[in-house]
Design a protein around this ligand. Structure first.
Ligand code: SF4
Ligand code: SF4
Length: 467
């Protein structure tokens, strides 16, 4: 299989042409692209290139306005919450930006199944229902069977009212056969960051291990789709190469998946490079400023309006809030990026994280603050449990009907969370928000069912309702 769908020279030419476009013609093209984006029609990579290179304040303002409008119309004020679970830091790769790379000398470990249960118990105690399972790449220490055992253990683990209802998996690029096994294990989304679409940079920062093969890595989602995984989540690590090049790489990858499999990325993650053990951030010349990062998030939002956008605890509280307005629909909360990190935190032990998080507040504080800022924290996992994946999900999203299920699910899961994990003040806040939002559910039957289900959750007569 060839990686021809990422053609470096073509992307560079696109950016050059966009930069040298005649001013009047460029303005007209940008105006047309933004009109199209405002109709929720998304953008092609040529239109995206024009938006990326424009530095005119009036264009930027309109990009932000359209992104905010799309965010409100499609995702409303709901923010889906998740947490990562690191199960193993054995790794044969030497990625220059990662604290787990094989050149780092520290005591490696993987969780035993008892330790997995301990971590999951702590995640469930925080109220999490959706996790991203993460591991380094090491066929000897961490083969696919170990990952499958972890998934089985996690789905089986119930602590008090807690349960993990959806496991997204972020493990190294692998074979079609292994993706088939992951599909059978009922994973949610398969997540894999390309890190960089710029092949010379890719070669420079991937110094050893199977990950250094660009072609193998960039075609991983093709193999995942062939194995039946139709929800895949992409991303790049902003800061490795020219960020505009990266956005175009992402968009061309998305178009490739749409053309070949009828469905593009289910989610896009937007991590920015941040300090990790053994690396010096000053060695990375493409570190992205806050202003450019906000512009990129807004452009991705309008380019692929139906693709969820994920932000991690790499970003501080202030930046998160800004980006939530522009397009982010999922955030992590209360995260640890260390193997066994939740148990270590509980015992006040030192940690060896993959990278250092910027927002280290407890999950409940982040979730309470989302409500204060006018958002609805959602613990919904309904789509994958209802079989709404791949093109079934996309057709519901594109029909504009997805909000009819997301909103009631957000309110019912928030109600559960408040009762199980909130203090008095949080419960009061959540109850007021639920009362205010229920009338916003457009469909009469679903609204009525939501009212009844919220009552059942409060009275202890039932739980885990979803539409
Ligand atoms: Fe290993 Fe992943 Fe870190 Fe690379 S980014 S060194 S593959 S854990
Ligand atoms: Fe996500 Fe589907 Fe739940 Fe909406 S209903 S929040 S799209 S899982």
């Amino acid at each position: 299989m060839s990686s021809h769908f990422i053609d470096r020279e073509y992307i560079e030419k696109l950016l050059e042409e966009a930069k040298s476009a005649d001013a009047a013609a460029g303005d007209a093209a940008i105006g047309r692209a933004l009109d199209k984006a405002e109709r929720f029609e998304g953008l092609n990579h040529r239109e995206i290139a024009a938006l990326l290179v424009s530095e005119k304040p009036e264009h930027l303002q309109r990009i932000f306005d359209v992104a905010g409008k799309i965010k409100r119309r499609i995702y409303g004020n709901r923010i889906v919450i998740f947490a990562p679970l690191y199960v193993s830091n054995y790794c044969v790769n030497r990625c220059a930006y990662c604290g787990f790379n094989c050149g780092q000398n520290f005591e490696r470990r993987k969780l035993t199944m008892d330790e997995v249960r301990e971590e999951v118990k702590l995640l469930e105690k925080m109220g999490h229902k959706r996790i991203a399972l993460e591991s380094g790449e090491h066929d000897g220490e961490c083969p696919i069977d170990y990952i499958l055992d972890c998934i089985k253990t996690i789905y089986a683990m119930k602590f008090e009212n807690g349960e993990i209802r959806r496991i997204n998996v972020n493990i190294a690029a692998t074979t079609t056969e292994n993706y088939r096994k992951l599909k059978e294990a009922q994973i949610g989304t398969y997540i894999l960051f390309q890190e960089t679409y710029h092949e010379p940079t890719y070669d420079r920062v991937h110094l050893a291990g199977p990950k250094r093969y660009f072609d193998w890595h960039v075609t991983a989602f093709d193999r995942a789709h062939e194995a039946g995984i139709d929800d895949v989540g992409g991303g790049v690590l902003f800061g490795l190469a020219d960020p505009y090049f990266e956005v175009l790489g992402l968009m061309i990858h998305n178009e490739h998946l749409e053309e070949k499999f009828g469905v593009g990325f289910h989610t896009i993650s937007v991590p920015r490079i941040c300090p990790a053990a053994g690396m010096n951030i000053a060695d990375f010349p493409h570190v992205v400023s806050d202003d450019i990062f906000a512009k990129i998030v807004a452009i991705i939002r309008i380019a692929v309006p139906f693709t969820g956008m994920i932000l991690s605890t790499r970003e501080n509280h202030e930046m998160r809030n800004k980006l939530l307005h522009l397009g982010i629909s999922q955030i992590s909360a209360g995260s640890s990026t260390d193997v066994g990190g939740y148990a270590k935190r509980e015992r006040n032990e030192a940690s060896t994280p993959q990278f250092f998080v910027s927002d280290d507040r407890p999950a409940l504080s982040i979730i309470a603050e989302l409500i204060d800022d006018g958002y609805i924290p959602s613990f919904c996992t309904a789509c994958y449990r209802n079989g709404r994946t791949g093109d079934r999900f996309m057709s519901l999203a594109k029909s504009g009907q997805i909000g009819n299920v997301c909103l009631p699910n957000a309110l019912m899961t928030l109600c559960e969370y408040a009762i199980d994990y909130g203090d008095d003040s949080f419960r009061e806040k959540a109850a007021a928000l639920i009362a205010k939002e229920i009338p916003e559910i457009a469909n009469d039957k679903i609204r009525q069912r939501t009212v009844e289900n919220v009552e059942k959750i409060r009275s202890g007569a039932g739980r885990d309702f979803f539409v």
